[in-house]
Design a protein around this ligand. Structure first.
Ligand code: DX5
Ligand code: ZN
Length: 213
């Protein structure tokens, strides 16, 4: 079953409660983009916003760390109620250690890569991951155009997950909409992240429904 994870980066921060309720009612996960202005050239939001969302959320929180030294913040994210925590492979020296740290803190660990990193780099870690994040835009900003090469990358990772016989899910993040969701699901996506496509739509609930294919 496909899971839809609206990215709160595109939510209405003046009326955040309304958008939290939308996700509670119609989607599967809250995708929380954490950017530090160093790993990516943009700054998003931090703990006060995550805590506020956590207070109202009835669906799991999936935080996507686009920061240097993610290992420093693992315990903080666990404490504020995050359930799934991903970081970028090239943000750390020892990905296996950070994945284990996240699991030990009681969260599901995820490993993310940008579109220019060969998918094979993920393969040694698949058995330690609850999910991998295939970026379909370069991490840093919402509202970018989906990169078509993602389909082949997705199919390759799906085949490797099957070959290794592990239970790692595949999340696709960036430029995802109802226009490409069916094809992404067909190529093996398990979790679709969508910011602009959901929150900038006139009828977000309908977009989420149609994204399920
Ligand atoms: C990009 C973020 C994405 C982004 C998705 O750095 O990781 O999660 O918010 O936004 P859209 O769906 O607008 O591309
Ligand atoms: Zn993200």
């Amino acid at each position: 079953m496909i899971q839809i994870a609206p990215s709160m980066l595109a939510a209405d921060f003046l009326h955040l409660e309304k958008d939290v309720e939308l996700v509670n009612e119609h989607a599967d996960l809250f995708h929380l983009d954490i950017m530090d202005g160093t790993f990516v050239p943009n700054i998003s939001y931090g703990f006060p916003v995550v805590e506020a969302i956590a207070r109202k959320a009835t669906k799991p929180l999936d935080a996507h760390l686009m920061i240097v030294h993610p290992e420093k913040y693992v315990d903080r994210f666990a404490k504020v109620g995050v359930n799934m925590l991903s970081f970028h492979l090239n943000a750390v020296d020892n990905a296996g250690q950070v994945l284990a740290q996240i699991r030990a803190a009681g969260m599901k660990p995820g490993l993310a890569i940008n579109p220019d990193i060969p998918v094979e780099k993920l393969y040694p870690y698949l058995d330690q991951c609850d999910y991998v994040v295939l970026m379909s835009v370069f991490a840093g900003f919402g509202g970018q155009k989906f990169i078509e090469a993602t389909y082949q990358r997705l199919a390759a990772v799906k085949a490797e997950v099957k070959r290794q016989d592990v239970s790692c899910l595949i999340q696709v993040d960036g430029g995802v909409s109802a226009a490409n969701s069916t094809k992404l699901i067909r190529h093996g996506a398990d979790i679709l992240v969508a910011g602009s496509a959901v929150f900038k739509a006139e009828d977000p609930a309908e977009v989420i429904r149609s994204m399920r294919g």
